[in-house]
Design a protein around this ligand. Sequence first.
Ligand SMILES: Cc1cc2nc3c(=O)[nH]c(=O)nc-3n(C[C@H](O)[C@H](O)[C@H](O)COP(=O)(O)OP(=O)(O)OC[C@H]3O[C@@H](n4cnc5c(N)ncnc54)[C@H](O)[C@@H]3O)c2cc1C
Length: 387
Amino acid sequence: MDFRLTPEQVQIRESVRDVVRDFSGEYWQKLDRELGYPTEFIAALTKGGWLGALIPEEYGGAGLGLLETSLILEAINHSPGNAAVCHAQMYIMGTLLRHGSVEQKKRFLPPIANGELRLQAFAVTEPTTGSDTTKLKTFARREGDRYIVNGQKVWISRTEHSDLMLLLARTTPLEDVAKKTEGLSVFLVDLREAIGKGITVRPIPTMMNHHSCELFIDDLEVPAENLIGEEGKGFRYILDGMNAERILIAAECIGDARYFLDRASDYAREREVFGRPIGQNQGIQFPLARAYAHTEAADLVRFRAADLFDRGESCGADANMAKLLAADASWEAGNAALQTFGGFGFAAEYDIERKFRETRLYQVAPISTNLILTFIAERVLGLPRSY
Ligand SMILES: Cc1cc2nc3c(=O)[nH]c(=O)nc-3n(C[C@H](O)[C@H](O)[C@H](O)COP(=O)(O)OP(=O)(O)OC[C@H]3O[C@@H](n4cnc5c(N)ncnc54)[C@H](O)[C@@H]3O)c2cc1C
């Protein structure tokens, strides 16, 4: 057993840090104030080939595994920045890679790898059904060589900054399927054609600058060739993607936690009150030390989950635990950092309050902490299903 990163993996993390270093706290603060999108940051990541990390080399990507990809996102969050502006491209890709046809891969992957096409939007959540995904109501009806889609989605992030969107919809009514996970299908929707012609987008103002939107879908036409895999098997396809998503979000939380701990430790060493550094007080040291220990423990589970995923082995429990532990660690570290900075923690120019708001999301999305706990209770511990 070797817990160390390989030299190549260390190099990946360092190379991304080099890109990220050019984007300062002021850059992210301005975007936060103006609800802007970091176009220049995305361009720099694309130029470095980092957004095509998971795309195989034969399609123009870097051909990296999920573990390496998680290092990229960790490095972004271990800075004043936030990988939520681009992370979907990483985990959405997997559905197309593993379940798309050769034609679809040839058509979409090279332009995604070189940045001509952005695949940044993933439409699952609906306003009336929330975490109960298999009850979603958006319906795609086959008519000849196309599907006609009607429904509504909520919290679909980056819709306005993406060319393509992965959409989960029902294709067989819930009452006609033997298992509720059947009869759902995944489509690749071309947003450049669909917005204003079947999809109406309404941005949702939120606690942080997250570019999330509500989508109203009325008689949207999607060519049948944009169905991914087999009709009715979509839920199984996106489950793989959801495990990848949880591992990558865990890595982002680890990055956030390390950012908070670095900044808070530096500040606690330098800030003198009552004639000595505040970091000399155990009341300041202990919350940081505890958050550090929790971050390192979460990191190990993240690596185990990523390793299982890359080997093609079952990783549901580990992916969920990694997300749970890492989200808790980043929240704990953020809280300890805010306390360490005292009043200055609340000033936008220090970046702590913004990163604190941003990392809070991971207790709720992409899956809430409670739902992870129900998964572990039921699937790992064999306890009766609670809902
Ligand atoms: C900023 C942001 C960005 C997002 N981006 C996307 C996106 O790009 N694409 C997308 O599809 N979705 C996205 N989401 C949606 C996100 O995945 C959901 O918000 C999340 O899954 C929770 O669903 P919900 O909000 O409907 O909460 P609900 O399902 O209504 O749950 C509300 C609360 O009740 C708890 N709860 C519900 N059922 C149970 C139970 N049985 N036992 C215990 N507790 C329970 C939940 O844990 C939660 O705390 C985003 C959300 C946010 C806030």
